[in-house]
Design a protein around this ligand. Structure first.
Ligand code: MN
Ligand code: MN
Length: 391
């Protein structure tokens, strides 16, 4: 190799090295989960001798309060392990509206707990959809699609929002008043073909929760008139029969196979009778975010290296299981429990421990555990999913 060739070779090698370093350093999100985890780089939060807490008492926090409306959030700030999914509990008083905004870094999935909500959402195609939601209904807005949420009727509404990015903060959204309040009036005037005076008295700072009259029962037509949307943003989850029914409980589930627009989130409502157990399992392709709607549950998590942790959770608490970590949920209270569970994938997958064992011959299991093969003939010969108190 000549000196010139050597210099060129070294420069090219340095370039490749820089490119590789840049690729690793750039927090490029994988389809689901934390990118460092996907690259098998130990996540410092979950790499210690002990597993960190995976519980956060969301409803005990104050959050952002305006009038009788609030937003409370659980992000990596509040729950450091929750890198893949953030969540928000939001309550709107009658006449209140979460103003027009978008999320630069997350899609929004929601489940209505109480009251009625109206939403509008715009798509890059220019299609807009307005929907009204009741308790048990779900919405999904793809990343970056502008939307608003408005309380309907005389009663407050309460809903849980799930975002497919744990670093996303509900208090760092791109709100329309924040933007218009900082654009020079001359530019706004040119943009909309109106005199500058049209923008006199517009809010100078982000409004966040706008307050005004209770909206009409029938939504008025958008300024552009009605256009049909190819994919609806609304899914009535609890209007349908549960996906799975067991003696000890039941599960409703919605992913992109039944709700096509929901490409990055799967939602589950899980009911467990007292003493019932959602068995040991893991999710190969997604993180799991949990919110306790009612009851008392014990959630266990297995993180390899002999690490095992249990958290007891009650109404209003949030839990988080990283992708691939083993876990179980048990109703340890005296009343039925209900949990809302979100996954950062549009295609739900689970592997349950009973099913895994049932997928192996008895002699393999006998060797693995140094026990007689006859013992394993007594194990379930299929998936248990939920086991009841009586067994
Ligand atoms: Mn939003
Ligand atoms: Mn799970």
């Amino acid at each position: 190799m000549s000196d010139v060739q050597r210099r060129e070779f070294m420069a090219a090698a340095a370039g490749i090295a820089a490119l590789a370093a840049g690729t690793l350093a750039t927090p490029k999100r994988a389809e689901a989960g934390d990118p460092s985890f996907m690259n098998n780089v130990p996540d410092p939060v979950a790499a210690g001798k002990e597993l960190p807490t995976f519980k956060f008492e969301l409803e005990k926090t104050t959050g952002k309060v305006i009038g009788n409306s609030f937003g409370k959030e659980a992000t990596v700030e509040q729950l450091p392990i929750s890198k893949g999914i953030a969540g928000v509990s939001m309550k709107l008083e009658p006449g209140a509206m979460r103003e027009l905004h978008w999320h630069a870094t997350a899609a929004e999935w929601a489940f209505v707990l109480e009251g009625r909500v109206r939403t509008t959402v715009i798509s890059p195609t220019g299609d807009a959809e307005t929907n009204d939601f009741n308790p048990g209904d779900v919405w999904y807005f793809p990343r970056g699609h502008g939307h608003m949420l408005e309380c309907l009727g005389n009663e407050p509404c309460h809903f849980i929002l799930i975002f497919d990015n744990g670093y996303f903060s509900e208090f760092g959204t791109f709100s329309i008043t924040d933007w218009l309040g900082h654009v020079p009036k001359a530019l706004l005037a040119k943009n909309f073909g109106l005199p500058e005076s049209a923008f006199d008295g517009f809010p100078k700072e982000e409004v966040y929760f706008a307050r005004g009259p209770i909206p009409p029962e029938q939504p008025a037509k958008p300024l552009q008139g009605l256009k049909t949307t190819p994919l609806t943003h609304k899914y009535q989850l609890l209007e349908r029969p549960p996906h799975k029914v067991f003696k000890g409980g039941r599960e409703w589930r919605v992913d992109s196979s039944s709700f096509p627009i929901s490409k990055t989130v799967t939602g589950v409502v899980l009911d467990l009778e007292p003493g019932a157990l959602r068995e040991l399992h893991w999710h190969p392709t997604a993180d799991e975010w949990q919110y306790v709607i009612s009851g008392d549950v014990s959630v266990t998590m297995f993180g390899s290296h002999g690490r095992y942790r249990t958290e007891t959770m009650t109404r209003g608490d949030v839990g988080y299981i990283p992708q691939g970590y083993g876990h179980s949920i048990e109703n340890v209270g005296t009343t039925p429990s209900r949990m809302l569970i979100g996954f950062n994938t549009g295609v739900y997958e689970t592997i349950d421990l009973s099913q895994w064992i049932a997928g192996n011959p008895a002699d393999v299991l006998a060797k693995n555990f140094s026990k007689p093969a006859s013992l394993f003939e007594k194990f379930p010969h299929g998936d248990v999913f939920i086991s009841s108190k009586e067994g």
